[in-house]
Each structure stands twice: as structure tokens, then as C-alpha cells.
Design a protein around this ligand. Structure first.
Ligand code: IMP
Length: 446
């Protein structure tokens, strides 16, 4: 293969990234955009993610398999920046196969790190209560990756090599487990537990970086699917209440091996309000009846753990932070209809901290944990928007709300989602999205 620079693709390569604390509706938007591209590649996270997609009246919750898999013929890549629980991945693949979803074009990077049973046990012992993790072993697998104790998907392909790796790391892991009063793991038991999954995954394991470069050389365009959200990013999120990897758009390059110079744009996803699951600061959180109303209307329960999500108002400085660190070109706003019965809609426009008002998101933990929100409010639209498909059909006050958000965060809105179905979507034209994908309406909103 030539190592000359990749030619320009006929269509751009775009990242889709969560602009809040995850659960913004990335799955729906990736599935919507997928018909415009050739490949969908997941670049970070693991089975902590739950991307919900409603397609042809069927509901799918994808954890690691890219959300493009529901579009026949599209290639799906699980990149090297993810962490893979082989047993959970096989269960997910089996569920998809049983629903008639083809997996012939699913490619798993040999460089992705593996979550093994002791990672889950350590997560549950060390992190679940402390920071409200999903308990799936994700942070512990990334810990081993950084500590150079990690085991990668490619290591599973040769049992003797896999055993050697386990023999090196298990004594250390077992010592830690014992110190938390947990049972240690034996090499044999770990190998036996994952053997059937390795057999099933074997044909999908590839050098996905090489494949992506070859496909792109031949003109393919790639959609990079983020997991979690900006405020859960290991560098730009609310540390330490974050996930253990780069959830922001910049993670797409190391997480797949596609160079940053070939990534042409970033589409951010935000809810029309805000939610967070797990511990950590959330300045615009609302509790009481209003919080309950949003939770009930938005069905705000974690798709992986079933935990009730904390709910609150849209936080403009936090979104401006997301626009900056991801380089967001345009936004999709989801779940607008959840706010239909609100007499007033509030937006956080700043924070009070020790007698001063801050108008930008403060990065420091000691500050972020002590913020009081400053809200502005507008009258609600009190009209049903669920299922609307045209901008002109939205009530004037919903237009005003969306234009207000655009002004506050200085980023255009190109999609508005009014329900879980593919067609419950408003495309704003013209916008960056239709400039990237001129055929978007015809291909994606049928
Ligand atoms: P972990 O990723 O399981 O280590 O959890 C770390 C933090 O990220 C916790 O607050 C989780 O609730 C949160 N988290 C991880 N994945 C998701 C997601 O897909 N949606 C929302 N929150 C998530």
C-alpha cells in the first residue's frame, strides 16, 4: 500500500459528539446520518454507553456496536480507542443477529483494550459508589491501558500469549481485589470465561486503522461516533466524576487511527434541557415536581443501568465550553417536546460563586462543585411539538427558544428531534449539515 496522503473524499468525514453529560441522543442522530456515509466508527468508551435507536417501530439499545449497523451495507468499526468486554459484545451481537441485523461488515480493532471479569469486579469495588460509574469495568480497563498492564483484543487470538499477559497482571489485580475484600481471579477461570466469545469474535478482529485508510483512499467517507459526552471527558469534563477516556471530538483521531487532518467537521448533540446520571456537579439541576416531570416525559432512566437520571435546565456556558473544546460546527437539539407543558423555560446563563458572577464554565473542581446557577426565563410554548417534522410547524415560542440557544452559545442548530423515531426530526435548511450532505433529506428522512 502506498503511504501517500489520502485523497479528499467526495463527502466529508464528520464526528458526532455529545455536548453534555451523555445520553443526548447520539444513537438516533448517528443512525439518521449513516445513509450519507460509508463507514461508522466508534472511537471511545465501552459497554457503559447505551445508544438507543428506534427504527421501523423497533427499539434497539446499542452499547459498543456502532449505531450505523442498522443501515444495511454500511461498514461498522469498533476502533482501538474503545474498551471491549468480549462477553458483553457477543451478547450484543447475538441480540442484533436475532433481530435480523447483519453483522458481516462489523470490524473490531485488534488494538482495543479488553475488559475482563476482574475489571468489572474492581470497578464495582473501587469506583461504583465513589463516582457513580456504571460498574462495567470501563475505567479499570483504561487504567490498565495507561499502566501498561492492559490486554488488547489482538492478544486474545493466541491463548499462550493471552495466558502470559494474564500471569503478569493478575497477581497485581488480585492483591488490589483482596484489599477491598473481594475474591481473586485465577488465570484458568478467566481464560475459560472468555474462550467462547473469542471464538465468535475472531473473524471480526482486524487492523481497523489499515482498513479505514484503505477505504478512505478508495473514496469512502467516515462518521465517527462519540460515546458519553463532553462533560464526561477525562480532560475536559467534571473530573473526577467522568469516564476514563477522551469522549470529546479530538478522541476520534487516536481512537481510530484516522489523522486529524482528515476530519472535516463536528456535529454536537444536546438535549433541549440537561441530564446527568451518576455523581458529580450539575449546576442547573432541578429537583421536586419539575425534575420529576422532565424525568417522566423524557423517560430519563439510564439505558445501561436503569438508574434515574438527574434532570435540569439547559446550561449555556457549559454548552459554550462544549462548542470550544469540540470545535462544534453545528448542533442537533433533541427532546424538544419534553418541554411542551412547561409554562416557563429556563436557561442557565452564568453562575454565582462566592459573591461573584461567572459567565463562563469554570474548569476547577473546587469551583465547579460550589456553583449556584443564574437563570433567565422565557414563556413556554404550551403546544404539542411531539412528532413535528417541519420548522414552520413549530410554535413561535419554540422558535424563539431555539434561536435564543443559538445566540447564547454561538452555534447554529441544524436538526431538532421531536421524538425517538427517525422521521420525528426537523431539518433546518440550509445549514452546515445540508452543506456537508446535500442529499440528507432524501437519504435520511424518508
Ligand atoms: P464509567 O464510564 O462506567 O466509568 O462511569 C463514569 C461516569 O460516566 C459515571 O457518572 C457514569 O454514570 C457516566 N457514564 C458513563 N457512560 C455513560 C453514558 O453512556 N451516558 C451517561 N453517563 C455515562
Amino acid at each position: 500500500m502506498s503511504s501517500s496522503p489520502l485523497p479528499e473524499a467526495p463527502l466529508p468525514n464528520i464526528v458526532i459528539v455529545g455536548a453534555q453529560w451523555g445520553d443526548e441522543g447520539k444513537g438516533k442522530v448517528v443512525d439518521l446520518v449513516a445513509p450519507c456515509v460509508d463507514v461508522v466508527a466508534r472511537y471511545s468508551g465501552g459497554p457503559n454507553a447505551g445508544h438507543t435507536i428506534v427504527a421501523d417501530d423497533r427499539r434497539f439499545v446499542l452499547q459498543l456496536v456502532p449505531s450505523g449497523v442498522l443501515r444495511p451495507g454500511k461498514k461498522s468499526v469498533i476502533g482501538g480507542g474503545t474498551v471491549v468486554d468480549p462477553i458483553a459484545l457477543v451478547q450484543e451481537m447475538d441480540t442484533l443477529a436475532a433481530a435480523g441485523i447483519g453483522l458481516d461488515h462489523l470490524y473490531l480493532s485488534h488494538a482495543a483494550h479488553v475488559i475482563l471479569p476482574y475489571h468489572r469486579a474492581l470497578d464495582q469495588a473501587m469506583d461504583q459508589e465513589r463516582i457513580g460509574t456504571t460498574g462495567k469495568g470501563v475505567g479499570q480497563a483504561y487504567t490498565d491501558k495507561a499502566a501498561r498492564f492492559g490486554i488488547r483484543v489482538g492478544d486474545l487470538l493466541d491463548e499462550a500469549h493471552f495466558r502470559e499477559k494474564l500471569e503478569a497482571s493478575l497477581p497485581v489485580k488480585n492483591q488490589l481485589l483482596r484489599s477491598f475484600g473481594r475474591e481473586p481471579f485465577a488465570v484458568d477461570a478467566v481464560v475459560k470465561a472468555v474462550q467462547p466469545a473469542i471464538k465468535r469474535l475472531r473473524p471480526h478482529i482486524k487492523d481497523t486503522t489499515l482498513l479505514l485508510h484503505r477505504w478512505m483512499r478508495d473514496g469512502a467517507s467516515v462518521l465517527f461516533e462519540g460515546a458519553q459526552g463532553t462533560l464526561l471527558d477525562i480532560d475536559h469534563g467534571t473530573y473526577p466524576y467522568i469516564t476514563a477516556t477522551s469522549a470529546t471530538a479530538g478522541g476520534a483521531a487516536p481512537g481510530t487511527g484516522v489523522p486529524p487532518t482528515r476530519i472535516n467537521g463536528v456535529l454536537g448533540i444536546t438535549k433541549a434541557y440537561a441530564t446527568r446520571v451518576g455523581g458529580g456537579p450539575f449546576p442547573t439541576e432541578v429537583t421536586g415536581d419539575l425534575g420529576e416531570l422532565i424525568r417522566a416525559r423524557g423517560k430519563e432512566y439510564g439505558s445501561v443501568t436503569g438508574r434515574p437520571r438527574r434532570c435540569g435546565w439547559f446550561d449555556a456556558p457549559l454548552l459554550r465550553h462544549a462548542v470550544r473544546v469540540n470545535g462544534l460546527d453545528t448542533l442537533a437539539v433533541t427532546k424538544l417536546d419534553v418541554l411542551d407543558p412547561c409554562h416557563a423555560v429556563l436557561v442557565g446563563v452564568g453562575y454565582r460563586y462566592k459573591g461573584t458572577v461567572l459567565d463562563e464554565w469554570p474548569a476547577e473542581e473546587r469551583v465547579v462543585t460550589k456553583l449556584e446557577p443564574v437563570f433567565e426565563e422565557r414563556p413556554g410554548w404550551l403546544t404539542e411539538t411531539a412528532g413535528l417534522r417541519a420548522w414552520e410547524d413549530l410554535p413561535g415560542r419554540a422558535h424563539d427558544y431555539l434561536r435564543w440557544l443559538e445566540d447564547l452559545i454561538d452555534c447554529e442548530i441544524s436538526l431538532v428531534s421531536t421524538g425517538p423515531g427517525r422521521d420525528e426530526t426537523i431539518l433546518v435548511e440550509p445549514s452546515r449539515l445540508t452543506r456537508w450532505f446535500p442529499d440528507f433529506r432524501r437519504l435520511c428522512l424518508r
